[in-house]
Structure formats: C-alpha cells, structure tokens
Ligand binder design. Structure first.
Ligand code: SME
Length: 151
C-alpha cells in the first residue's frame, strides 16, 4: 500500500472551505474505506473525559451498537487510557475486545491528540487477519494530525 499517494487527498478533503467538520470527517472515512481494500470499517470515537466514555462520531461501514464505550473497555476504551496506538492482528486473541461483527478479524486504533490531549481516536476494522503494519500506523498518525487542525 502506497500511503504517500493518499496523503494529499486526505489534506484536501479536510481543508475544503465552508464544510462542517462532521461532514469532512465522514468524507475522510469514506475516502479511506474506498482506497485501502483491507479497511472495512472506518470511524471516529470522541472522548467525554468527565464521564470517561467514548462516543461514536462519523463512520463508514456496518452499523454498530457500540455508540458509547466506557474508558478501559475494548480496544477503543484501552486506547482512551493508554494514549498509544493499538494494533490487533487477530481480534480472537484479545480478552478485552468488543466484537461488532463476526466478519472482523483485526483492528487498529490510533489516538487523536489536540494540543497534546487525547480527544478521541480513529478506529479501523478489517476482515483480513494481520493486515496492519507500521506504515498504517504512520499514515493514520498523519491522518489524525490533519484532523486535529479542525479542532
Ligand atoms: N472493536 C472495538 C469496538 C468498536 S467497533 O470496532 C466499531 C473495541 O474493541 O473497542
């Protein structure tokens, strides 16, 4: 996967004038979903630090029941507390995991920092086992740096 080719389009989607942040984020999810074949669910969760919960934001892919996730629960909830990327090559090997669909085999979650604070995350599910590499991590960190400029 050549992520370098995707970067300018990520920036372009996020810097369009007169478009609401939610709409841009949804367009970004759609772009990633369409251009990386093993990205089979792409979405954002945003943190409510007072209540220690994550809330589903824009996403593309199958509908999910997990619109609110407590900090610490699942891969997403753990990233809310660890502030670190979490790459799961095989979700079946995780104890603290929230299953959305039996078709999901792997997951990557990368925190979104605004002024050094973890305000949420990008969450990607894949139907493929072990598809994510450090290239995905670096790319999604870039994506989140671009997203952070909208806050
Ligand atoms: N699998 C996630 C839950 C969110 S869904 O993937 C959309 C988790 O364990 O946190």
């Amino acid at each position: 996967m050549n992520f370098e080719n995707l970067k300018p389009q990520v920036t372009a989607i996020l810097s369009e004038a007169n478009i609401e942040r939610e709409v841009k984020l949804k367009a970004l999810c759609q772009f990633l979903f369409d251009h990386v074949d093993y990205y089979n669910w792409v979405g954002f969760y945003f943190a409510d630090h007072e209540n220690k919960t994550l809330h589903l934001g824009p996403y593309v892919g199958a509908e999910t029941d997990h619109t609110v996730i407590p900090f610490g629960k699942g891969i997403c909830g753990q990233v809310a507390e660890s502030n670190a990327n979490f790459v799961v090559p095989d979700v079946a090997a995780q104890d603290n995991y929230i299953a959305c669909s039996f078709t999901v085999k792997s997951e990557i979650v990368v925190p979104l920092f605004v002024n050094g604070k973890n305000i949420g995350q990008i969450d990607i599910d894949s139907h493929v086992l072990n598809p994510f590499s450090t290239a995905d991590e670096r790319f999604l960190e870039f994506v989140n740096e671009e997203v952070a400029k909208l806050f």
